[in-house]
Design a protein around this ligand. Structure first.
Ligand code: FAD
Length: 293
């Protein structure tokens, strides 16, 4: 009997794998590249370990599910910081060239939820990631309003890394953004859509109270969650076996019996609602295998 992918996805969805390999050494990883996802170092275990060793820089990214090798792929980020801020280099196995290739930070072409690895799907297997972190007990500046107010500090202030980690884990738990197999609100792929980045002209057409984060190039990032909520998508809404988390509108969930097609239908409903109301097409953060939005 083939291994079911539903045993390995946070949505608890997925049929039998053609091949399932669990690699335990670097050599096995390179020889069986399909096993890359299963061979990785747990991200949050790594974050906890590194903070405990007295390094700062990863604290706001506590609790993100996944592996260290997966982290550079979409340049993971949360609560005001992205992993690209602290990556020095990434060593990969280039499947096309049949050779190892090391990328400096700038060669990784990091941007919001993207990288050279994501733009070349399946080409580079990430073998290891070198981080450049500060030694110390104070965090990176707190740039995320909700986190600053939870910690009771001013924006741009620093806090103890241990306090920041605790605060982030608490905020994530309240939004169903920590995996818990007993809680269907966490049977998600995290944020389903990325926050849209609009031209200044398009952003000017948004309602006055829509969130706006000005980007370095003058464009404006707004909140996909805000757009969905203001387009009538409701927390706790259910569509067949799929639904919207009752804790966070951006998390589309498997309520227990969803198929992948149900999740896609739910995503289409949410995307149409936002397009009809605001004329903005939400782009998925999740990657699709075997189907599309
Ligand atoms: C509840 C929940 C909350 C989340 N919150 C956040 C968040 O706050 N911020 C955020 O940025 N993301 C978030 N995510 C998304 C997810 O955690 C990240 O994308 C994470 O990096 C996935 O890591 P993974 O190892 O599980 O990769 P997978 O999801 O297994 O794979 C993602 C992609 O990376 C590729 N890949 C993985 N490892 C490697 C490797 N070693 N070499 C080459 N390619 C590889 C895979 O082939 C695939 O294309 C969340 C997800 C969930 C379920």
């Amino acid at each position: 009997m083939s291994e079911l992918l539903s045993n390995h996805t946070s949505l608890h969805i997925g049929g039998p794998a053609k091949t399932f390999v669990r690699a335990t050494t670097e050599e096995e990883l390179v020889n069986a590249v399909k096993a890359a996802d299963a061979a990785g170092e747990d991200w949050d275990g790594f974050v906890a370990w590194i903070l405990d060793k007295g390094f700062a820089g990863l604290e706001t990214m506590s609790g993100i599910p996944g592996t260290v090798g997966g982290a550079p792929i979409q340049n993971i980020g949360a609560y005001g910081h992205e992993v690209s801020e602290v990556i020095a280099r990434v060593r990969t196995w280039d499947r096309k060239a049949g050779a190892y290739k090391t990328f400096s930070n700038s060669e990784c072409e990091f941007s919001y939820r993207s990288s050279v690895f994501k733009k070349n799907p399946g080409r580079y297997v990430i073998i290891d990631v070198t981080f450049q972190l500060r030694n110390g007990e104070m965090s990176l500046p707190i740039t995320y309003k909700e986190l600053a107010s939870y910690l009771g500090v001013e924006l741009e202030a620093r806090a103890l890394v241990s306090d920041v980690r605790k605060a982030v884990l608490a905020l994530r738990a309240a939004k169903g953004m920590l995996l818990d197999s007993n809680d269907h609100d966490t049977w998600s792929a995290g944020s389903f859509f990325v926050n849209p980045i609009l031209s200044a002209e398009a952003a000017a057409k948004l309602p006055a109270d829509a969130p706006r984060w000005i980007q370095e190039d003058g464009r404006v990032k707004t909140s996909a969650a805000w757009l969905m909520e203001h387009a009538g998508v409701k927390k706790g809404q259910i569509h067949n076996g799929a639904g919207v988390s009752s804790k966070h509108v951006l998390a589309l969930v498997n309520t227990g019996s969803a198929t992948a097609a149900d999740i896609v239908d739910m995503a289409r409903l949410a995307r149409s609602a936002v397009k009809d109301k605001f004329g903005i097409v939400l782009e998925p953060e999740v990657q699709f295998v075997g189907l599309s939005l």
